[in-house]
Design a protein around this ligand. Structure first.
Ligand SMILES: [Zn+2]
Ligand SMILES: [Zn+2]
Length: 554
């Protein structure tokens, strides 16, 4: 590898939504940007979370200098507890981002060994042969940065997640000037957020939800429940301010909501007037006409506060007729069914429910739309452009947008996870792919779940399971009673008994036809029963249930 060349190795987030991770390598130094997770699709049965495959980083563990974080969303920090166990490198992030990281690492007992280094927008840090400048960007959470990374091959800009909010809630604007300054100096490559490339125009300012939220809080006949993402500190600030304006007090319910409010408030990033907060234990007795409650669980996560309130199973809070329930969050694709089921419960309780932008904006995105993405390209004017943070169609359309703008002097590179590219003085060259992909994790044990386990679960969900229980006399090898057949997810139809009787006959025959030696070797007899039953059941039902013979010695 030449000293003046730079490799970019996307390890996650290019081709799927979530688990963002990009590695940059020059000489013997590797810098990793973000370490995100994603929630699994329904077909990954029972998998809790999905993280990027970091085989490449493990193979080069002596070269990995640090992980630099752009902001604190799960799709950027969620994989840290799993990755740090393998690769304990320094982590750079802004104050709020690191506060969220600390909380996660503490839950996993990793905080004491972690090396966290706080940075701030406008500052620079040297990491190996790289110099990183942190550039302030606006997004749906606070303390977000883009990165300008000076490398031996030139400057690389990573946008992080951003939108260009001209009127941010905390008054701190998107740092257009620094992007422009780098554009003027000359930028080798821009890596940029593709999430909202399908939306024309500009993403509305976070402030745009104020009008409708105020209107609903003013008109509410009784208490108001508002649910948003617990990391949406700007949204939380607006709800607090609106509550104060309309003469209501505010309560916070849900662990992530309470935690994040505490963190942001402690850092002075959330202003709550004195005497404004209703204690959780007082919520039930407080005058409903003077109450606003921020509740976590906007995506109807099964154990979340809002889901439990919806079915009247929450200690602190319930929904009564004429209460107002407002969902101030995007409905993430895949969650529609559970969210609408939850809202149906609210409707049954005769709550006034608001969940979309039809009557005025209740939610705005935190990601740049097309005009902002064009402006980013025009400001940075990179030689190479790589769309990131999106499914393939979004990356493709972001590439098309870049061609249309014409601000890229070299090449637009459409990459997916694992597809390495080397930037040299002569040009950008695609290199051999590195191992990349999804790793499924069980959040309880932190253990990786093998592909074969998922295949088994899929199999179980489709064809069910059959457990024949056979009692055999240890000495005579004779069966002591009729085999029991326990089934789950298999044969619900009326001819079920007939098939199961047939299966018993198959087991009897298998045992009869086995010799004495086989009969006393449980391993052999189990396998013979499994094979014969499999053939029989497949013939009778054309299904392939998982068959797990159990032999009881009596
Ligand atoms: Zn984000
Ligand atoms: Zn993101």
């Amino acid at each position: 590898m030449r000293k003046s060349s730079l490799w970019a190795i996307p390890l996650g987030g290019l081709g799927e939504f979530g688990m963002n991770m990009l590695a940059l390598r020059s000489g013997d130094d590797i810098l990793v940007i973000d370490a995100g997770m994603m929630f699994p699709e329904a077909e990954l049965l029972g998998v809790d979370i999905v993280i990027p495959d970091i085989t490449y980083l493990k193979q080069n563990r002596d070269r990995v200098r640090a992980i630099v974080l752009t902001h604190g969303h799960e799709d950027h920090i969620g994989a840290l507890p799993y990755i740090l166990r393998d690769l304990n490198v320094p982590i750079f992030g802004t104050a709020f981002t690191l506060a969220l990281v600390r909380k996660r690492l503490q839950e996993h007992g990793l905080l004491d060994t972690a090396d966290l280094r706080e940075v701030a927008a406008g500052r620079r840090t040297e990491i190996g042969c790289f110099e990183v400048e942190y550039i302030y960007v606006t997004h749906s959470t606070i303390d977000c940065v883009a990165l300008a990374i000076r490398t031996p091959a030139g400057v690389v800009i990573h946008s992080g997640d951003y939108k260009m909010d001209p009127t941010p809630i905390d008054g701190q604007p998107f740092d257009l000037h620094t992007f422009a300054r780098y554009g003027q100096e000359g930028v080798l490559a821009l890596f940029s957020d593709s999430t909202n490339v399908e939306r024309p125009g500009y993403t509305p300012s976070e402030r745009a939800v104020w009008t409708r939220l105020e209107e609903l809080c003013r008109a509410a006949p009784r208490k108001v429940l508002i649910s948003c993402f617990a990391s949406s500190i700007h949204r939380i600030q607006q709800v607090v301010d609106i509550a104060a304006l309309v003469g209501r007090k505010i309560g916070f319910v849900g662990r992530s909501m309470v935690d994040n409010v505490e963190i942001a408030h402690g850092m002075g990033r959330l202003r709550i007037p004195d005497g404004m907060v209703i204690r959780p234990q007082d919520l039930r007795s407080f005058d409903p006409k003077k109450t606003v409650v921020l509740v976590s669980g906007s995506q109807a996560e099964p154990m979340s506060s809002l889901s439990r309130v919806a079915v009247d199973n929450h200690r602190l809070l319930s929904v009564e007729p004429e209460d107002t329930v407002i969902l101030s969050a995007r409905i993430i694709p895949g969650n529609e069914k559970s969210i609408f089921r939850m809202l149906d419960h609210m409707f049954r309780r005769r709550a006034l429910v608001y969940y979309d932008n039809a009557g005025g904006l209740l939610h705005v995105s935190g990601h740049a739309s097309q005009e902002e993405q064009k402006l980013m390209l025009n400001l940075v004017r990179p030689k190479y452009f790589v769309p990131l943070h999106g499914e393939y169609r979004q990356l493709f359309r972001h590439a098309a947008l870049a061609h249309q703008v014409g601000a890229v002097s070299g090449e637009v590179l459409l990459l997916e996870d694992g597809q390495a590219v080397e930037f040299t003085e002569e040009g950008a060259v695609r290199r051999e792919s590195v191992a990349a992909g999804r790793v499924c994790v069980d959040s309880g044990s932190l253990e990786e779940i093998e592909e074969v386990v998922i295949r088994d679960r899929k199999h179980l969900s489709e064809d069910g399971i059959v457990v024949p229980i056979i009692a055999i006399d240890k000495h005579t090898g004779r069966m002591e009673s009729r085999p029991e057949m326990v089934t789950r997810g298999f044969l619900p139809s009326e001819d079920g008994t007939e098939v199961l009787d047939g299966a018993r006959a198959v087991i009897l025959r298998t045992i009869e036809q086995s010799n004495a030696e086989e009969k006393t070797d449980w391993g052999v007899i189990k396998e013979k029963i499994r094979v014969d039953l499999k053939r029989y059941l497949n013939k009778q039902t054309s299904k392939r249930p998982l068959i797990l013979p159990v032999i009881l010695e009596v």
